[in-house]
Design a protein around this ligand. Sequence first.
Ligand SMILES: *Cc1c(COP(=O)(O)O)cnc(C)c1O
Length: 367
Amino acid sequence: MGVRTSEEDRVSPLWSQRARDLEPYVPGEQPQIPGLVKLNTNESPFGPSPKATEAILAAAGDALRLYPDPRSTRLREALARRHEVAPDQVFVGNGSDEVLAHAFAALLQQPSPVRFPDVTYSFYPVWCRLLGIAHETVPLDADFRVRVDDYFERPGPVIVANPNAPTGVAIGRAEVARLAAGRPESAVVIDEAYVDFGGETAIPLIGEFPNLLVVQTLSKSRALAGLRVGYAIGDAGLVEALTRVKDSFNSYPLGRAAQAGAIASLEDEDWFRRSLTAVTRNRDDLVAALTRLGFDVLPSAANFVFARHPRRSGRSLAAALRERAVLVRHFPAPRINDFLRITVGSQSDIESLTRALSAILATPEPG
Ligand SMILES: *Cc1c(COP(=O)(O)O)cnc(C)c1O
């Protein structure tokens, strides 16, 4: 491996102005540390449906020489069945990150700035900068809740993660309906990456609100983060706008294995139910363990919790945990600097985390 240079040193005249101006999203790290307790990127502690794995293996044959169906017709039909909508109300992409990026280009770039919470998925401002989209943030309330009324002060499109990330706090379907009804002239995008763990999906509202787009993913609740499949459900007019962007960018975002694996996963309702039950039970155990250790934990409808300790900084706790091979996510950002975002892991992950935190809290904070 060559000598690592800082990013500054690598900037060269070969770079476009656009590349120079970017401030890329920094994903949670994926280090190769043996015995690592990995609670930093909200992956599932359980494997995907074995039926999905089988379908992926079955797709790995001679047919790979052929391009996949560019419109993922069978997958869109499976999603339409599952969510009781029409196939032309379904858009699929290479992870919901890609679907969301297309939504920014297709729907959220408008004369008025797009608005989203001050504390939310930190990819949103990154896409705004990439695409040259003006944006404004709207503060969450003191309890880190989205207040729908605060979005009525100005016109323009809105994107809200529900349950929100990294807080895990959710709003109800009636609140989403009020948001969509309050700005019929603008797109309202709801990012439901975590909805299956305890949120209320807005998909039943799409017939009533042609400005509402709901984005979901198979990465979290279906344990397929490595397959990269996400989707959006909304009025066929919104889906058509996304498709135009997709076909101007990459016509084949989902390979054959991804389409086959996703369909098989959607058909395995039994695995899905059991997996969700296990995650929510473990979430209860994680919240109880953290509360016993003195943490304040926000009410979570997701597969992670957002917690702070009254006597320890988030940064020092995350660093001390990392020394004990436990990875959690810390965001050095206003309002949430004291918090840790901790993925709901397996029972053994929760035990390892609890043991490490007890040891850390028993010694004085360094520095
Ligand atoms: C994980 C996540 C996504 C992206 O998931 P994909 O793996 O790209 O489908 C989108 N939004 C939020 C809020 C997330 O946490």
